[in-house]
Structures are given as C-alpha cells and as structure tokens.
Design a protein around this ligand. Structure first.
Ligand code: SF4
Length: 105
C-alpha cells in the first residue's frame, strides 16, 4: 500500500507535498507530481497539505482515479531514483496524462 497522486494534480503541481515528505519520494513530472511507491513510507503527511486533494491512500482511490495507482508506479519503471529534491523536474508524463487536454488558466 502507498499514497498516490491523482488527476487533480495535473497542470496544478502546487508542490506543498514535496515540502512535507520525509522520504523525499514525490517527484515532479511534466504536468503532475508522482509518488514513488518503492520509497513511500505511508506517513500521510502529503495528503493533508494538498490544496486540491489530489493525494489519496491507494486503497481509497475510486472511479476514474483508480488508474492513477498504476500510473504512479508506471512513471518510475526503469528508473533507479532515490531522492526527488536533488533530481528536480523530470519533463515527461505517463501517456494518459501527456494526452490530457490542458487545463485553462
Ligand atoms: Fe511522502 Fe509520506 Fe506522502 Fe509517502 S505518504 S509520499 S512518505 S509524505
């Protein structure tokens, strides 16, 4: 079990979550943030600070956001990453997110 970032983050990327994550496992993608499931220690700090309620416990994710449980894991496939802050922005997204229409504003 892990926490995951869902669609509400797309084109928002507030990043308050990054500041409170003790495991440094919330990475900045091109259009949304992604939580590395291999690093997350399930503390829940990120969920509380997200201004758009984009972060959920994976077992609580329902409906259209369910696919984001897989998307968070998929983002890190083939990557050996151990720290988000040092790495900085990774300018790509999973296919589904990259294809979403841009939010206005
Ligand atoms: Fe980081 Fe805790 Fe959120 Fe996991 S649950 S991403 S360790 S703040």
């Amino acid at each position: 079990m892990t926490f995951v970032v869902t669609q509400a983050c797309v084109d928002i990327q507030d990043k308050s979550c990054v500041q409170v994550c003790p495991a440094d496992c919330i990475y900045e993608g091109g259009r949304m943030m992604y939580i590395n499931p291999d690093q997350c220690i399930d503390c829940g700090a990120c969920e509380e600070v997200c201004p758009v309620s984009a972060i959920r416990y994976d077992g609580d994710v329902t409906g259209a956001d369910e696919q984001f449980v897989d998307f968070n894991a998929e983002f890190f496939e083939g990557m050996d990453v151990k720290g988000a802050r040092k790495l900085g922005k990774i300018d790509r997204d999973v296919e589904f997110v990259a294809a979403l229409p841009r939010k206005a504003g």
